[in-house]
Design a protein around this ligand. Structure first.
Ligand code: N01
Length: 536
């Protein structure tokens, strides 16, 4: 029995948090700081979420580390030193562990425990949560800190289980170092995970064959140590730096220009793109304000990248195969170190599996519609059942025993990305319907956790036990999310933003475009007495 302000609660915990990544760690810190009894369940045997699972060679963040870091604690952000502009996975994992220790979070985190289901008890207004370890606990609030890219996608290739060599998935990489020396390796996929790992695998493998279905845009990272004067500058004005980034549409320091690409001459555009290419990283997005909205403007940037590819890759046929034909940024742009140049190596082959699809994995390799490839190792860089996969794989049952999976059978519907009609007291962090993956995830996570924490505090302070989105508010929000994305190039290619990478998944554009307006909307909802929510 836990004591809560203004009421006695007959729950084991005030809040259960699902997931021990960056969202789960901060949720625990925030809610515990408000006096709640909290339990975090984490499937892995360590904290860190994405950075715990994605240990593939070359894994690193594509947002500058001075930004991709927590801001809730001034001492933490001042004292933590990032070794590189884009921290590698190992350092991000060290950071997550440091946060867990620094804020004494571990006593309230249960590792090696997957939440398998949760059922809402309407009479008592609480969640009954079950886990893979046999736990059955109750909590008033259920916080889904389950990550957007946490359920891996392994395509149903016939014969995969009978492959005699080693198989890896980038999103569930072993902890032990993997040595590709002396091996013939096949990488399936050319998304961010592949683009980061391919240059390093190529340096080890006897031969690397890359199986590409859709070519992707990548800009150079130009990674390296962060110059001391940059660190001093940012740390000297961290709060202002964060505030300025949060005021942008994508929530990151991407040096946005406010003018239109087509207002400029070709030479001016070329100079702008070149400057950003030389600077490196995702600030390429900020070149012109209309890159996402005007296909003609978009194509000027796309054509710039295609020219770069043709300059870097010596074999013209390979270069052409690497040139993307989709609009730039329709799928998330990748950030690489030596990706295109890797195709100049004599031990690397690029195979087009759109022209000749993969038909089977054989015991000794991979078969496409027109050839067989002998392989010792297969790396599945085939992505994730993004944004909804982890949530719908759990048996979550709301009012009347209705499952979240069924509720979202035609696509995820919710209010502000945070709350689903029929699932009271359940909050989703950075889920579908919120800016999440179209932003710098750390500030997005913190904004959500702060909103959830403040909301729970409000409810407890007013003796309320239940919050749930209303149907009209949810309908209006879902429409707004779609209407915001519709005029842009974002829904125009087969991206995981749309669920298009998973056979049978409903084609719905899931994230919300616009961090700053989103934050303003969340604040307005509160100012208007939790407009769009029913409180009881
Ligand atoms: O996954 P993806 P990812 N046959 O879905 C191919 C974040 N991230 O793990 O495009 C053949 O992007 C698929 O082909 P296609 C980042 O947000 C961040 O690389 O569907 N190929 C595609 O090429 C990123 O967007 C960082 O035609 C198949 C690839 O597999 C997100 O995670 C680093 C196939 C999957 O690409 C996901 O990236 C890494 C099939 N049956 C990831 N099925 C950083 O911070 C799939 N593919 C830097």
């Amino acid at each position: 029995m836990t004591e809560t302000k203004g009421q006695m609660s007959a729950t084991d915990f005030d809040a259960v948090v699902v997931g021990g990544g960056f969202a789960g760690l901060y949720s625990l810190h925030k809610l515990r700081g408000q006096g709640l009894k909290v339990r975090v369940y984490e499937a892995g045997d360590g904290v860190g979420g994405t950075w715990f699972w994605n240990r593939y060679p070359g894994a690193r963040v594509d947002i500058q580390s001075l930004e991709y870091s927590y801001q809730f604690d001034e001492d933490l952000q001042q004292q933590w030193e990032w070794s590189e502009r884009y921290a590698p996975q190992s350092e991000l994992l060290t950071y997550a562990n440091h946060v867990a220790d620094r804020f004494n979070l571990r006593p309230d985190i249960q590792l090696n425990t997957r939440v398998t289901g949760a059922t809402y008890d309407e009479a008592a207004d609480l969640w009954q949560v079950s886990t893979s370890q046999g736990d059955k606990v109750t909590a008033r609030w259920l916080v889904m800190a389950t990550g957007c890219l946490s359920s891996t996608n392994t395509p149903d290739f016939p014969g995969l289980a009978d492959f005699k060599g080693r198989t890896f998935h980038t999103g569930a990489w072993p902890k032990e170092p993997v040595d590709f020396s002396g091996r013939r390796v096949g990488v399936i996929g050319t998304g961010s995970s592949a683009i980061q790992s391919i240059p390093l695998i190529a340096q080890q493998a006897t031969h690397l064959t890359v199986f590409q279905r859709t070519a992707n845009y990548s800009v150079p990272a130009h990674n390296g140590p962060i110059p001391e004067d940059v660190v001093r500058d940012v740390k000297g004005r961290y709060a202002d730096f964060r505030a300025a980034n949060n005021a942008t549409s994508l929530g990151a320091d991407w040096d946005y220009r406010a003018d239109l690409a087509m207002e400029h001459t070709e030479a001016e555009r070329e100079a702008e793109y070149e400057m950003r290419w030389q600077r490196g990283g995702l600030s390429f997005y900020g070149s012109y304000v209309d890159l996402l909205s005007d296909p003609v403007a978009n194509n000027t940037a796309a054509e710039f990248v295609r020219r770069k590819i043709r300059q870097i890759v010596k074999d013209p046929a390979v270069a052409e195969r690497l040139c993307p034909t989709t609009p730039l940024a329709c799928k998330r742009i990748c950030v690489d170190t030596g990706y295109y140049d890797t195709y100049n190596r004599s031990n690397v082959t690029l195979v087009d599996v759109k022209a000749a699809p993969i038909t089977a994995i054989t015991p000794t390799g991979l078969r496409t519609a027109d050839a067989d490839y002998e392989l010792d190792d297969i790396v599945l860089a085939t992505g994730f059942d993004a944004m909804t996969g982890t949530l719908t794989r759990m048996d979550i049952r709301g009012v009347g025993g209705v499952t979240l999976k069924d509720t979202w059978a035609e696509g995820p519907k919710n209010y502000l990305g945070l709350s689903v009609v029929g699932f009271p007291n359940l909050f989703i962090i950075a889920g579908p319907g919120s800016p999440s993956v179209l932003t710098n995830m750390l500030p997005s996570i913190e904004q959500h956790v702060n909103w959830i924490g403040d909301t729970i505090s409000y409810l407890r302070g007013h003796g309320l036990k239940r919050i749930e989105a209303t149907a009209p508010a949810q309908e209006a929000w879902v429409s707004h999310v779609n209407e915001t994305a519709a005029p842009t190039i974002l829904p125009t290619c087969n991206s995981w933003y749309l669920g298009a990478n998973i056979p049978g998944k409903p084609r719905v554009f899931m994230p919300y475009l616009g961090f700053a307006p989103y934050v303003a909307k969340c604040e307005e909802v509160v100012a208007n007495g939790y407009e769009g929510f029913a409180l009881a």
